[in-house]
Design a protein around this ligand. Structure first.
Ligand SMILES: [Zn+2]
Length: 55
């Protein structure tokens, strides 16, 4: 699972496909919520706030 800012979305998808060998599902972080999970405060690739969840 990746949390990703706008700039790194493409990179995250490429990594995901490399690791899991299937395309990820994309979600807007502000449209999803999980009871046991709080979105990290920054992108997995940089310090910016994340926009997307790639799972
Ligand atoms: Zn980023």
């Amino acid at each position: 699972m990746y949390v990703i800012c706008e700039d790194h979305l493409e990179q995250a998808i490429e990594e995901f496909v490399d690791v899991y060998e299937s395309p990820p599902d994309l979600y807007h972080l502000d449209k999803v919520s999980f009871t046991d999970w709080t979105a990290p405060s920054h992108c997995d690739f940089c310090p910016r706030p994340p926009i997307f969840l790639v799972v």
